[in-house]
Design a protein around this ligand. Structure first.
Ligand SMILES: Cc1ncc(COP(=O)(O)O)c(C=O)c1O
Length: 371
């Protein structure tokens, strides 16, 4: 397809981690130097400090740093010690990690379709999926939009189910002024570098209001031990390391600024993109953080190529739905998930990183509105 704006033809990346982190380089260098010279690299003062800061930021009682977002969900499920073969409800529209966390606990993921308006699990479809074997629901605040929490909490109460929130994409997002990650028994976070609160490597954390549950995670992440060489349960090595914790403490101070910038860019997209594109819904009770800003369009692939021809890079979250992933064949019930399929076939993620400017977003809009 032809290029339409030859004058302003510089490339707009979808993401660029060096540019995203550039404003924090001086602070990172300082804490790296301090941590390096401290000689203490695993489970020390930096991890403790970050855990306190992140619990405070979210108004939660406990935060436990772990090695990744996948581990945060896996250990959360493990902490309940459910029987193998128990059923765990998960959204059919999510990143594969949510589903892998269930399989890694030898339990059965039961997929529930999302709402086509919000892309998050549809509370009205959850009850039909509950059986005697159901033990918990793992919800995902996808793209940084909080799930519809009131009905989900009511269902958990009614059926006595545990609730785990996958907050890998929703750092700082709130539902009715309460942070995602503080509604359920556990809030599981990823700090993968592209996340709104991203580290400079793999990292994750679990939030919990419950002291006993938090103690389970503290043991599970460190070989089942709280006293060196005394192991109470079969645990893992899933520790957040000191250097990443130090970087995360730096970034956490800027998280509101990062989220507000992304919200500003999202509001420009929402106000100015023509109505041919299906845009994210906005609701006063839901304060999104737009980890991902997606639109949907029937000619998504054509649109993506057209944008690339005009030097605008985009992404697809995600091109293949979990139920169609080769790795999951044989692990899921053989149902059809038409809403997820529709989302996967039509969704397109637009540039919305901390380094993107309003001018760049306006250029994306200008080009898109000529499609
Ligand atoms: C929704 C969701 N859950 C879980 C994860 C897993 O996080 P990590 O890559 O840190 O293991 C991700 C990461 O991309 C994610 O997007």
């Amino acid at each position: 397809m032809k290029k339409i704006i030859s004058m302003k033809n510089t490339i707009i990346d979808y993401e660029n981690l060096a540019l995203l982190n550039a404003p924090f380089f001086d602070e990172y260098t300082k804490v790296f130097d301090e941590t390096l010279k401290s000689g203490w690299y695993i489970l020390g003062k930096c991890v403790e400090a970050f855990e306190k800061e992140f619990a405070l930021f979210n108004k939660s009682n406990h935060c436990i740093g772990v090695a990744s977002g996948l581990d945060a969900i896996t250990l959360s499920l493990k902490a309940f010690d459910f029987d193998g073969g128990s059923e765990i409800i998960v959204p059919s529209n999510t990143y594969i990690a949510t589903i892998l966390s269930v399989l890694q606990n030898n339990m059965k993921p039961i997929l529930v379709e999302p709402s086509l308006a919000t892309y998050n699990i549809d509370p009205e479809k959850i009850e039909a999926a509950i059986t005697k074997k159901t033990k918990a629901i793992v919800i995902v605040h996808l793209y940084g939009k909080p799930c519809n929490m009131d009905p989900i909490i009511n269902i958990c109460k009614k059926y006595d189910l545990k609730l785990i929130e996958d907050c890998a994409q929703s750092h700082g997002a709130t539902y009715k002024n309460k942070h995602t990650g503080t509604f359920g028994d556990f809030g599981a976070f990823s700090f993968y570098p592209t996340k709104n609160l991203g580290a400079l490597g793999d990292a994750g954390a679990v939030l919990s209001k419950d002291t006993e549950l938090a103690k389970n995670i503290i043991k599970l992440r460190n070989y089942g031990s709280t006293v060196k060489y005394y192991n109470d349960i079969v645990g893992f090595n899933s520790r957040l390391d000191e250097i990443q914790a130090a970087f995360l403490s730096v970034k956490l101070k800027h998280l509101d600024e990062i989220n507000n910038h992304k919200r500003k860019l999202a509001s420009i997209y929402i106000s100015n993109l023509k109505s041919d594109f299906i845009k994210p819904v906005v609701d006063i009770d839901y304060k999104d953080v737009y980890h991902i800003f997606n639109i949907r369009h029937e000619k998504r692939d054509e649109l993506r190529n057209y944008l690339l021809d005009n030097n605008i890079k985009t992404e697809i979250h995600y091109p293949v739905s979990p139920s169609k992933q080769k790795a999951l064949q044989g692990n899921l019930s053989h149902y059809e998930y038409p809403i997820s399929e529709k989302i996967h076939a039509t969704t397109l993620s637009l540039p919305i990183s901390f380094f993107h400017t309003e001018d760049q977003v306006n250029r994306v809009i200008e080009v898109m509105n000529m499609f």
